[in-house]
Design a protein around this ligand. Structure first.
Ligand SMILES: [Zn+2]
Length: 357
């Protein structure tokens, strides 16, 4: 275990020395821009550094973190993708696992944070491994119109998956992330890079890059050099909010005020323990339930759980905790969409918002 950890660290350091290209030009008038990159501008945000990460890993090694089962009775659907081809007109969402979903909205097919790889890691032989296989398989998907990326962490921005998707889709990314896609062969004209609150229209769909409270980095020397975000996807009849990876922060209300109500909010519910380390960057289920009320959506679709083991809570714990949190905030059970991996759900109700602004 220690040997694996040290090889892991050496790899990160080596990767660090290979990736020092110039950062995005800072725009000092924006509170989330800094000279070196970006920051979370909200009062009370406390950043944890690499030493805190080591402290957490040390606590894990010393057995001070709760013991977890080695296996889980996780069920999944071996979705062959056929159902996705028949529903181009309504709102249909398939959860592949972690933060990866296939969102079919107003005739368009969009992927969120696509990762089909076996591990989320800079190397293929080490790092967190998936517990559940990804369905539908990449080759069984209908043509992908767009991909939205929340940030550059390995479990959200996966090189091998991006290479396989290639130059078919248009990629929506936050400031700084474009350089990774360019490096992996994605053409300039296929990438839309935006700052928070900026928007871009594509064939009648509007993509808005919205704030999130998180951080970024793919090695030890590029912390927060690229921006992180969520996405509001606004169609002529349907609206979806993809929160990406985020701690609880004050701007959920503003996202809802500007673009809600949403038909579906895809919100992260996993990787919340230990709280002292995770709170700034990952919501627990009580916070996710509150975020759902803040943004205003008809359905809460739970993501970022049950796929990669990234934190101290058992992999299958978040949905149960979410039910309790939702009950205590008066959220109806029918509003919670906790899917099996690979499951497709058709949202056939009337649109949440009657007309465009
Ligand atoms: Zn992340």
């Amino acid at each position: 275990m220690v040997a694996v950890m040290s090889i892991w660290l050496i790899t990160l350091v080596l990767a660090a020395s290979l990736t020092s290209s110039p950062a995005v030009e800072p725009q000092q008038e924006k509170a989330h821009h800094t000279r070196e990159g970006f920051r979370n501008p909200w009062p009370g945000f406390q950043r944890h550094g690499f030493l805190d990460f080591l402290k957490w890993q040390w606590q894990r090694l010393r057995g001070r973190s709760p013991q977890k089962p080695k296996t889980y009775d996780m069920k999944w659907v071996e979705n062959d993708g056929r159902a996705l081809k028949g529903h181009r007109q309504s709102l249909v969402i398939t959860w592949v696992g972690h933060a990866t979903a296939v969102v079919q909205i107003d005739g368009h097919t969009i992927l969120t944070d696509p990762i089909w790889s076996e591990r989320c890691s800079p190397v293929s032989w080490a790092g967190p491994k998936r517990y559940v296989p990804p369905f539908p398989r990449l080759e069984d998907l209908p043509p992908i119109d767009a991909v939205v990326i929340s940030h550059n962490h390995y479990d959200h921005l996966d090189r091998d998956t991006i290479r396989k998707l290639g130059n078919g889709p248009i990629y929506f990314v936050a400031l700084g992330v474009k350089r990774w896609l360019r490096r992996w062969g994605i053409r300039e004209e296929n990438i839309v890079e935006l700052d928070w609150w900026q928007r871009h229209e594509l064939n009648g769909l509007t993509f808005v890059c919205v704030p999130s409270q998180h951080f970024s980095g793919r090695s030890l020397n590029d912390t927060n050099r690229d921006l992180w975000c969520g996405w509001a996807i606004l169609g002529p009849t349907r609206r979806v909010y993809f929160a990406g990876d985020t701690g609880y922060f004050p701007e959920f209300v503003e996202i809802g005020r500007r673009f809600g109500p949403f038909d579906v909010a895809l919100l992260p519910i996993g990787a919340y323990l230990p709280r002292w380390f995770m709170r700034p960057v990952h919501m627990n289920t009580a916070e996710a339930a509150q975020a759902f009320l803040d943004v205003g959506a008809r359905y809460f679709l739970a993501i970022h759980w049950g796929t990669f083991d990234l934190a101290d809570e058992p992999l299958d714990a978040p949905p149960r905790a979410l039910m309790r949190a939702a009950d205590s905030l008066g959220i109806e059970r029918e509003q919670l969409v906790v899917m099996m991996h690979g499951e497709t759900r058709v949202f056939s109700e009337k649109p949440a918002r009657a007309k465009e602004d």
